[in-house]
Design a protein around this ligand. Sequence first.
Ligand code: TRP
Length: 330
Amino acid sequence: MAQKKGRVFSGARPTGRQHLGNYLGAIKNYVALQDDYDCVYCIVDLHALTTLDTTLEIRENTYEMALDWLAAGIRPEETIMFIQSHVPQVTELHLLLSMVTPLGKLTDLPTFKEKARMQPHNINYGLVGYPVLMAADILLYKADIVPVGIDQASHVEFTREIARSFNYRYKTDTLKEPQVKHTEIPKVIGTDGQNKMSKSLDNHIELALTPQETVQRVMTMVTDPQRKTRQDPGNPDVCNVFSMHKIFSSPQEVEMVNIECRRAGIGCVDCKKLFAKNLNTSLEPFRSRRNELAKNPQDIWDILHDGARRASQIAKVTLQEARQAIGLPD
Ligand code: TRP
């Protein structure tokens, strides 16, 4: 195998079955990066605890997400795919990093303020330390590259600062400053035509739906709000269905929709049907692979445990180096 260019690390919270936004914004990129990098992909169950009111679904959501990642093309023979809490060294590094993290920096972060606003009833200590735990993830595995969406870019910058502070304070070069890599399509709009696609807003299209369910879901998509009737010409430039055509339809179809929508030659219903058809075609291999994998749930858990075993080999080395740099007794 050709020499890889370095190590990629990324994490995602266990949100269960993945949707188009997850796929286009993250998973697709995770899959592609495997060709050039050693990849470590983590299901961050500990991070999830900072915002969950109930943990009843965490196990199921972890399983469903892992299944989707595998069906989408994550290759567990090469890539390390694991559950964050299975490698507890991350919590120790988190504590060590917290000693070089100014509290004011954490409470000033826009992501913290946003979360505090969203859950004023539950501004917990873990929420404040969220970026420190994320830094611990990245630094523990000495990642060169961290692929994230725009919203998480400030956390990677923050990770670089913590790495520098740690290295400076303890006169070491143990922690490696990672580079951020923006995912290609940072924002996928949901079926409401307005907000970022997300499960919590119920404006998402799950990858694992049946073809019929997919059609139903696509039919609820909001199109150009100015186009009130079939006879009105539409404006593809402001239509989310058209954005999706650009990803899932052939260049000829995109051109056809672009022209016909503007002169009311095609209505929104037919336009959506065409998109749903193309989406179903492109998800076909994913779905059949998913059905195959789902026949043996234990295999998924085995893959995750094997990932944790490989991840902890890296984690133990970094943690030992960090302890030594600080001067903690052996
Ligand atoms: N904070 C990220 C999110 O909310 C998830 C995450 C945790 C992560 N650890 C990470 C992403 C390390 C990249 C690298 O989406």
